[in-house]
Design a protein around this ligand. Structure first.
Ligand code: F6R
Length: 243
């Protein structure tokens, strides 16, 4: 793992955008794995800026998002579909056919999950996967458990995740209890990974991810076994690291 520590979220976003731009320019048809939440916003803003300056184009880019809530209409203000369009897709030249976000309301969830995995494989696999980390160590919505997960699946969200995400909803009972998420195996198959975290509330999870044992009780710890991970932190998120 390469660990870099920055002063501000904006600097973190610039560094992540540099890595993503590099991938976008080195591949004819780049495949990006994308995340939602607060963490990627400065990176998406930087990518939009570079697109507007004519430095990068998303014309040949395919994207696969990590996750989506189950049960929210696609156009709900809190769906990850809406988030991605507002924060990135509507502001760049991506072809809508190249955007892939898990369907939170499929008629047959198992069939949908197998198709999502197959589509990622058919696209040639993910060149670079962007990840945030939950306070409980989750990546995507792979919550702490007793085994590492495989392909895309429907997951029951933990109380900690529901609590963390309630800030976007009117009341806690409105937060969906389930999500569809890529599994750990999907994430580990990406050729390169960025994991970004800022703030004291991520420090414990970051410590467990980097210095703890590789264990499904901290799903992000599996990244210790990946050969090409950039961990991008601010001082607060790195504050419990020993080394
Ligand atoms: C989002 C996702 C989650 C978030 C994590 C951190 O697509 O997969 O793992 O990255 O919950 O969320 P924020 O960035 O809001 O702190």
């Amino acid at each position: 793992m390469e660990v870099k520590i920055f002063e501000t979220k904006e600097q973190m976003g610039i560094y992540a955008a540099d890595i993503i731009e590099n991938v976008m320019k080195s591949k004819e048809f780049p495949v990006l794995g994308l995340a939602t939440g607060d963490t990627p916003i400065t990176t998406y803003n930087e990518l939009i800026k570079r697109y507007k300056n004519g430095e990068i184009s998303f014309k040949n880019v395919k994207t696969y998002n990590l996750d989506e809530y189950v049960g929210l209409p696609k156009n709900d203000k809190n769906s990850y579909y809406t988030f991605m369009h507002e924060h990135l897709f509507d502001k760049v030249d991506i072809d809508s056919e190249n955007i892939h976000i898990p369907d939170g309301n499929p008629a047959d969830i198992e069939k949908f999950c197998r198709e999502y995995d197959r589509e990622i494989d058919d696209a040639g696999g993910i060149d670079i996967q962007f990840l945030g980390i939950g306070r409980n160590g989750h990546i995507g919505f792979n919550e702490p458990s007793d085994k590492f997960t495989e392909g895309t699946y429907k997951v029951k969200l933990t109380e900690s995740t529901i609590e963390a995400n309630k800030r976007f909803f009117e009341k806690e009972s409105d937060v969906p209890k389930y999500a569809v998420t890529m599994g750990i195996k999907n994430i580990m198959k990406a050729r390169e990974i960025i994991l970004m975290a800022y703030g004291f509330n991520k420090a414990e999870a970051v410590k467990n991810m980097i210095e703890g044992p590789v264990s499904p009780s901290c799903p992000a710890s599996i990244l210790q076994n990946h050969p090409n991970v950039h961990v991008i932190l601010d001082k607060d998120a790195s504050s419990l690291l020993k080394k």
